[in-house]
Design a binder for this molecule. Structure first.
Ligand SMILES: NC(=O)c1ccc[n+]([C@@H]2O[C@H](COP(=O)([O-])OP(=O)(O)OC[C@H]3O[C@@H](n4cnc5c(N)ncnc54)[C@H](OP(=O)(O)O)[C@@H]3O)[C@@H](O)[C@H]2O)c1
Length: 327
């Protein structure tokens, strides 16, 4: 038996339900590895889980991703060894000093990639990867609309769309944030807090309707995203940072020009180990060779987890926030 310190959600609610406390942690069970956590990523999905938008029985330890060093392996684990540097995502309960994780969910961190950077790259990196390779496979000449382009997923989408030969129409809530998107390769910039007709601004910037809209902002941008698409364009609603999108009239896909709409989630794009390894390998490989930039916008100790979420939910962040247990 070991001891760990973790960020718990005591019951669904606002940030006041977060509790940081010590607890027992059993030895890793069959098929599990035990990892000393170097960093855990802060993501919007944690907010949905804390609020109860995605129901999780309480109490539970928050956090979907992390990276660290393996300290023990359970029975039946042969592919991972003590001392290995590993990262993971898609596994609730990562905001902790020490965790037990299924060995099938951990991937090796390449030499030269810092563990904090690896933790920051996993969930948002694999998300941006499946969005540009599989949900809508971006081709040279495509124009993609990317909302909240200075955010965690947003920065990675800008880089991955442009790396595939696409052009990006980036939106953000301030000119400072737009400057970040521009530096990463976005061609057209729109401050959506200052325009009256966002869809018209997108069409004017792109010179036509866009091929794909990657929309993780949700409630406040959904209508404009749909109205920004070319005929037969693809609406990818992948989150609701501004709130969940209410039910809508499906005939709008017809009148908008035979549009496609999908509401994807990472789990369906990494369910098979081979696909998970492929995406993680490409993302961490691109970080290792310098072609994908990970912007860590803030580091917090576990005891300040609530402050990290306050910043994320308050739109005061750029890039990725991480919790560092030993900060
Ligand atoms: N479906 C999936 O597989 C998947 C996986 C990972 C993440 N996601 C989604 O991707 C989205 C981005 O996640 P992230 O972790 O990278 O966050 P983030 O983009 O770093 O932060 C959210 C950003 O959304 C924008 N925003 C607009 N209105 C907002 C509001 N009312 N409240 C808060 N933020 C608002 C803000 O940027 P501006 O100030 O520039 O507007 C804010 O910085 C989230 O919706 C998340 O759920 C989905």
């Amino acid at each position: 038996m070991n001891r760990a310190t973790s960020v718990f959600v005591s019951e669904p609610g606002d940030r006041s339900v977060l509790q940081v406390r010590d607890h027992d942690l059993p030895d890793p069970a069959e098929g599990e590895v035990q990892v000393a956590v170097a960093a855990a990523g802060v993501n919007f999905i944690d907010v949905y889980k804390r609020q109860g938008v995605y129901p999780v029985s309480t109490p539970f330890v928050l956090g979907e991703e992390g990276a660290g060093t393996v300290t023990a392996v359970g029975p039946g684990v042969s592919e991972v060894s003590v001392g290995d540097r590993v990262a993971w995502c898609q596994s609730t309960g990562s905001e902790s000093t020490v965790v037990n994780k299924p060995a099938r969910l951990v991937v090796p961190v390449p030499d030269g990639v810092d563990l904090e950077v690896a933790a920051a790259a996993m969930l948002q990196g694999l998300t941006a990867h499946y969005l540009v390779t599989s949900t809508y496979a971006v081709r040279p000449g495509d124009v993609a609309l990317v909302h909240a382009a200075a955010g965690g997923v947003g920065q990675l989408l800008v880089q991955m769309v442009t790396a595939r030969g696409g052009a990006v129409v980036a939106t953000a809530g301030s000119d400072e944030k737009l400057e970040i998107a521009r530096a990463l390769g976005a061609e057209h910039l729109i401050n959506y807090s200052t325009v009256d007709d966002l869809a018209a601004a997108v069409r004017e910037a792109a010179g036509r309707g866009v091929d794909v809209a990657y929309d993780g902002v949700g409630r406040s941008t959904f209508d404009a995203s749909l109205a920004s698409l070319r005929p037969r364009g693809m609406m990818v609603l992948f989150g609701g940072a501004s709130g969940q999108v209410p039910p809508f009239d499906i005939q709008r896909l017809n009148s908008g020009g035979s549009l496609f709409l999908t509401r994807p989630t990472l789990g369906n794009y990494v369910a098979e180990r081979a696909e998970y390894e492929w995406r993680a390998g490409e993302v961490l490989g691109a970080v290792a060779d310098g072609s994908l930039r990970i912007d860590i916008g803030g580091r917090y100790p576990l005891s300040e987890a609530a402050a990290a979420y306050e910043a994320l939910e308050g739109r005061r962040t750029t890039g990725k926030l991480i919790l560092v247990p030993n900060a």
